[in-house]
Design a binder for this molecule. Structure first.
Ligand code: DHB
Ligand code: FE
Length: 283
């Protein structure tokens, strides 16, 4: 049986990808950011999954205003890094898992979550930056990836609770896939950040700390938080945090937190990162 063994959440800041690609990781500004992921890369070597369900948002790279799926699943055999205006990142092509992705689409849609099936799409920093943070700079990514895109760019995004319930549906889908696979689920984006307007650069450390605490210990209640609270407290792009609930919903009620990291500054965003293990699902 396939099983979800762990969840990872992390910010997906594009400037972090550029710092990696341009060899700036040792610079004073960036060093503390990458230090927070040293444990993660080590842990990942010991816990390399077969497949990652990677929840992220497309930033008008594969989708644009002509079509904006609320939830989409990538069922292709591979996904190329997107050109976001300065050429595609020179990172490996992402290998998909079409059989598992199609099974998940069937299971989740018949479970009344209407995912959009996408058979061709490029993946942007929302997906590739977390890959670099967790796996470093290998010639090929060490596992397959099923991209799950959530709209947090165009109003209205889904609620935190809808994302949390989708996580539960994904967990049911994985549990009914009849192959022995070690699967992780990742949620990306956040933490507090606002990229435009008079409040650009807004960071709210108290909000972020509370979110990290409650996501682990009390996600059902945290998932009830309305969008306006994210906007007011965590900035307009802080609403990316709803994607972390897909990850959390797919895990057990009780999880073991094996790593937590928080750092400011990094570009316009507070960097937040968790690794959570499902205690009874170790391979
Ligand atoms: C930044 C963060 C994001 O999540 C993003 O998608 C784009 C930019 C930033 O902090 O600069
Ligand atoms: Fe983003």
């Amino acid at each position: 049986m396939a099983r979800i063994t762990a969840g990872v959440s992390t910010s997906h800041i594009p400037a972090v990808g550029a710092a990696i690609d341009l060899g700036k990781m040792e610079e004073d500004y960036w060093k503390p950011v990458f230090k927070g992921y040293e444990f993660s890369k080590d842990w990942m070597k010991r816990n390399t999954p077969d497949v990652v369900l990677l929840v992220y948002n497309d930033h008008a790279s594969a989708f644009d205003l002509s079509f904006v799926p609320t939830f989409a699943i990538g069922c292709a055999g591979e996904f190329q890094p997107a050109d976001e205006g300065w050429g595609p990142r020179k990172v490996p092509t992402v290998q998909g898992h079409p059989e598992l992705a199609s099974h998940i689409a069937q299971s989740v849609i018949l479970d009344e979550f209407d995912l959009t099936v996408v058979n061709e799409m490029d993946v942007d920093h929302g997906l590739t930056v977390p890959m670099s943070l967790m796996f470093g700079q290998p010639d090929a990514w060490p596992c397959k990836v099923i991209p799950i895109a959530v709209n947090v760019v165009v109003y209205p995004p889904p609620t935190g609770n809808r994302c949390y319930q989708l996580g539960k549906a994904l967990s049911r889908a994985v549990g009914s896939f009849d192959e022995d696979l070690n699967i992780q689920i990742w949620g990306t984006g956040g933490m507090s950040h606002q990229l435009q307007g008079p409040r650009a650069g807004l960071i709210n450390k108290e909000f972020d700390a509370h979110f990290l605490d409650k996501l682990v210990s009390d996600p059902e209640n945290l998932a009830q938080m309305p969008h306006v609270d994210y906007m007011r407290e965590a900035g307009s792009e802080g609403v990316e945090l709803v994607m972390w609930f897909v990850m959390r919903g797919a895990l057990n009620a009780e999880v073991e937190q094996v790593h937590r990291f928080y750092h400011v500054p990094a570009s316009n965003t507070a960097v937040g990162h968790l690794i959570l293990e499902n205690p009874d699902a170790t391979p």
